[in-house]
Every structure is written in C-alpha cells, then in structure tokens.
Write a protein that binds this ligand. Sequence first.
Ligand SMILES: [Zn+2]
Length: 162
Amino acid sequence: MGTTHVLFSLLIYFLLWRLNLIAIEGLSLIFIVIGSILPDIDHPNGLIYQFLSLPEWLVKGITSLDRHRGKTHTLWAAIVVLTSSILLFNVYSKLDLIVSLMFFLGYLSHLASDSLNKTGVKWLSPVFEITLRWKISTGSKSEKYFFYTVGILLITVMASKK
Ligand SMILES: [Zn+2]
C-alpha cells in the first residue's frame, strides 16, 4: 500500500500543477511524498521505515505505542503535522509555506486513500467514531487495479500539460 500512497500523492501534486495552482519544485514534491507515507509510522512494514532504515528495536518501540490506523490516521494528527511543519520549516527555517501545505496535503492524501480500504479510517476519532471505508483490501487485485488506475491518471495528467 505504501507505493500506492506515494503514487496517489503524486497524482494530487501533478493535478495541482496541471491546474496551474502550483509550480513543480523539488522540496514541495519531496514533502508531499513524505507526508503521504508518514501516517504509517504506526506500522512496522510502513514504507517510511524502508526509507529511514531505523534499528528494529526503535521501529518496534514506535509501532508499539498505538495500534495500526489509530491516532496517526486522524484529521487531528494531520493538523498537528501541519502546525509542527509550519513552526519548523516556515517560522524557524524560513522555507516557503508551500512546503508545509504539501506535507499536509500528502498526509491527507494518505488518509483519503486508506479510506478506500475495507478497514477504513476514523478521521475524527476519538470525538466521532465514524469509519470512512470502501471495498479495497490491502494486497488484493482491487488494490492493484487502483494502483494502475492512479498510475495511468498520473501519466495522463503529466502528458496533458501544454
Ligand atoms: Zn495508513
């Protein structure tokens, strides 16, 4: 599912670019991708751990703090990520605000694509325990179809810009 999240975030990024809302820029592109894999920090096989190659004890420690698709898979976590990002990257490091906005958007894109999954996402937990879910199972044929559909849409969007 990790690569699907990355592809889905890239589709959103290039759609915004196609609509002339953003310009392609290295940092914002990197941040939307990192944002798209960050919520799975609660899963030992999360793509983020493959990038970071942290020691196993640390991964076990972090992932034992909460169940998969718990606190990191909420709108509140996304808002904390946005706020922290603005403080760290915009106020402190003086980077452009687009970096934090793309980080936030990447995070939201992860929650949105997980909401297409059978397990779904409790976006507003613990305030409202409503689960947004659909029919796609992780590792199933339907996930592969979703992956290829997003890939084809991404190529189409990228190729359609004049
Ligand atoms: Zn997830």
